[in-house]
Design a protein. Structure first.
Length: 160
């Protein structure tokens, strides 16, 4: 009986091909995670700056205008990261100065912002999408919301 020796070059080629495929998948996942982290950070910074600007205003309308102006100054690329927007729904933008009454409580302003991130490679696992779009099988859009509450700096004190 003859023992045939295996070709070690063929085995190395198969290992290299499998390893390369694994590295490509990891690289694409790293790019997605990087964009998502960048989106979270941009939204966090924009919300904090908008809330700080709103807290320096004397009424609700000026506070909303100041917050929107600050959000416009946070530029994004528009495709992978959308421009941060001010959410004005119930409990999302609250300017509460208690009518100037110091006994009613501490005057605060609450600002909520939202940003949408689009990843280059859609993240799914066995048909389950991790993004917010539940309609399509594969989605590449993620929404981040952030809420900050700051004390109002220009509080108009009303004394009886």
């Amino acid at each position: 009986m003859r023992n045939k020796q295996r070709n070690s070059k063929g085995t190395a080629t198969i290992e290299l091909a499998c390893g390369s495929l694994f590295l490509v998948v990891l690289s694409l996942l790293a790019i997605d995670i990087t964009i998502l982290m960048l989106g979270f950070e941009v939204n966090d910074r924009a919300c904090r700056d908008a809330c700080r600007a709103a807290a320096q205003q004397s009424d609700s309308n000026k506070a909303r205008t100041a917050a929107e102006a600050i959000l416009k100054s946070h530029k994004t690329d528009g495709f992978f990261l959308t421009q941060p927007i001010l959410k004005t729904g119930q409990g999302q933008f609250v300017y509460n100065d208690f009518g100037g009454d110091p006994l009613a409580g501490n005057p605060t302003v609450t600002v909520t912002t939202e940003i949408e991130c689009r990843t280059p490679v859609p993240l799914n696992f066995c048909g389950s999408s991790f993004a917010h779009d539940g309609v399509s099988w594969v989605s590449d859009k993620f929404k981040f919301q952030k809420k900050y509450t700051f004390p109002i700096v220009t509080f108009n004190l009303v004394l009886n």
